[in-house]
Write a protein that binds this ligand. Structure first.
Ligand SMILES: [Cu+2]
Length: 141
């Protein structure tokens, strides 16, 4: 009787010790690690981007970031026409893809060629080359 009791007690201790040994693990069931959600910043490259020329005669946003192979669409919401061209003025040789946008009348929009190489392209309004409100950059990365 006493022997049986001791045996039972020993068994209970073993169970308790085993439970304690892996206490941390067993009490909190392993969950998939919660990765902090990466905040989406405006600089996150996308395959396409849109630049709008507003009624205030400004390009918004003036800087966009796209992935290689991506394209940029420009929309002219201004009351006058704009001739969107690659830097430098007047050669327009830096990123010829931008020159495909070119002349936009009010309400018109056009998409650039594909920017395949990782680089930074500057643009301007060819008819207003000194107007910084109509200048911007396209970052390919
Ligand atoms: Cu120009």
């Amino acid at each position: 009787m006493t022997k049986l009791l001791w045996r039972g007690l020993a068994a209970a201790i073993v169970v308790a010790a085993t439970a304690a040994a892996c206490g941390g693990g067993s009490s909190s069931t392993p969950t998939s690690p919660t990765n902090p959600t990466t905040p989406t910043t405006p600089t996150t490259p996308t395959s396409t981007a849109t630049i709008t020329i507003g009624t205030d005669g400004r390009v918004t946003p003036s800087s966009v970031t796209i992935t290689p192979g991506g394209r940029v669409t420009m929309i002219n919401n201004d009351s006058r026409s704009h001739d969107m061209s690659s830097d430098p003025h007047p050669e327009h040789t830096q990123c010829p893809e931008i020159n495909q946008i070119g002349f936009l009348t009010t309400g018109q929009s056009r998409t650039s060629g594909n920017f395949n190489a990782a680089r930074t392209c500057g643009f301007h309004d060819h008819n207003l080359p000194e107007n910084t409100a109509l200048q911007g950059r396209i970052i390919i990365q």
